[in-house]
Design a protein around this ligand. Structure first.
Ligand SMILES: O=c1[nH]c(=O)c2[nH]c(=O)[nH]c2[nH]1
Length: 325
């Protein structure tokens, strides 16, 4: 490996920037499984990480020469002030705007990688003329699932090129109380887990989606923008409708449905965790109910990327099943 292939990079994490009255996200394509119509952006609360890379920074490491160093404190100011001048409506668009501004401002930066969490604040219902309506002023911070975007832009000879772009829904925690089996797995001298024809399935999901054309992610043409809220509702709906055979099976179904719903996406990746509860009381007289508790710490996980080819084959298979019925 030559010297120039080693990474030379630095940056700032946990840059908090809260903007009020960003232009709202309107005009997205609505889908039947989701009531999501857009975001008011009355509060657009962000937690950003920036990483800048470039050979020009090597002497700051090897010789303590700071002459080309942009202080990470200045990076923080740069991001926060640019949230004031950003006129778009999405995290993806904001990251693109800031990344290009960094490259314009500092010639020594060869690439910028940004990751932004959109912190969730939900409108509270309040009494307004004897009607309960969503407040335009009072929000509650929600520590549930979060949407995130990330972007890598590199300087080329003539201009800038996006070399990585991804949107994500992180830490969606879903429980389905029945309608899930897990059976048919290898039984050998190490197997103690019984087959289960009907378990409560509790999963944590990170879902990442990548657009065919990066520009579709920005939100300035909202008809192609896919909102994390839509991905959330779609995942829940598939979970509800599917007799799951495993988490592997479930995430494949979710991925194929996301891709057939949104043709502008190239692929969808999953990181899932199994947090299925342990059974404590199986029979409650006169009730269908049971009692469960948290499982002990080791947890299983699954990683899978669903491609357009997977979705195409799934659709073909489903239409053949439809014909044979
Ligand atoms: O959905 C599951 N997939 C597995 O691979 C697995 N392994 C296990 O012990 N439980 C489960 N559940």
């Amino acid at each position: 490996m030559t010297q120039s292939q080693h990474e030379v990079a630095y940056g700032k994490g946990s840059v908090l920037a809260y903007r009020t009255y960003l232009p709202p996200l309107v005009g997205i394509k609505e889908i039947p499984v989701s009531s999501f119509k857009g975001r008011s952006n009355i509060l657009f609360a962000t937690n950003i990480q920036v990483k800048v890379a470039g050979e020009a920074f090597r002497p700051s490491f090897s010789e303590g020469d700071n002459s080309l160093v942009v202080a990470t404190d200045s990076m923080k100011n740069f991001i926060q002030r640019h949230l004031g001048s950003y006129n778009g409506s999405t995290m993806e668009g904001f990251l693109d705007y800031v990344a290009r501004a960094f490259l314009n401002q500092y010639h020594q930066i060869s690439s910028v990688e940004l990751t932004g969490d959109l912190l969730s604040f939900e409108k509270m219902d309040v009494l307004n003329d004897e009607e309960r309506l969503a407040s335009e002023l009072v929000f509650k911070q929600s520590n549930n699932e979060q949407s995130q975007a990330s972007l890598l832009i590199e300087r080329t000879d003539q201009s800038y090129e996006i070399t990585k772009q991804q949107s994500s829904l992180k830490n969606l925690q879903l429980i389905k109380v029945q309608g899930n089996s897990f059976s048919g797995f290898i039984r050998d001298e190490y197997t103690t887990l019984p087959e289960d024809s009907n378990r409560p399935l509790f999963i944590y999901l990170d879902i990442h989606w990548v657009y065919e054309h990066e520009h579709d992610a920005l939100g300035d043409q909202p008809g192609t923008y896919v909102a994390a809220e839509q991905i959330r509702d779609l995942a829940a709906s598939i979970f509800d409708q599917t007799e799951t055979k495993s988490i592997q099976h479930l995430i494949y179904e979710i991925g194929c449905t996301i891709l057939s719903t949104f043709p502008q996406l190239r692929h969808v990746s999953f990181e899932s965790q199994n947090h299925t509860w342990d059974l404590i009381v199986e029979d409650i007289p006169g009730s269908d109910g049971k009692v469960y508790t948290e499982p002990r710490p080791p947890y299983g996980f699954q990683l899978f990327t669903v491609t357009r080819e997977d979705a195409y084959n799934r659709q073909k298979q489903q239409s053949q099943e439809g014909v044979s019925k």
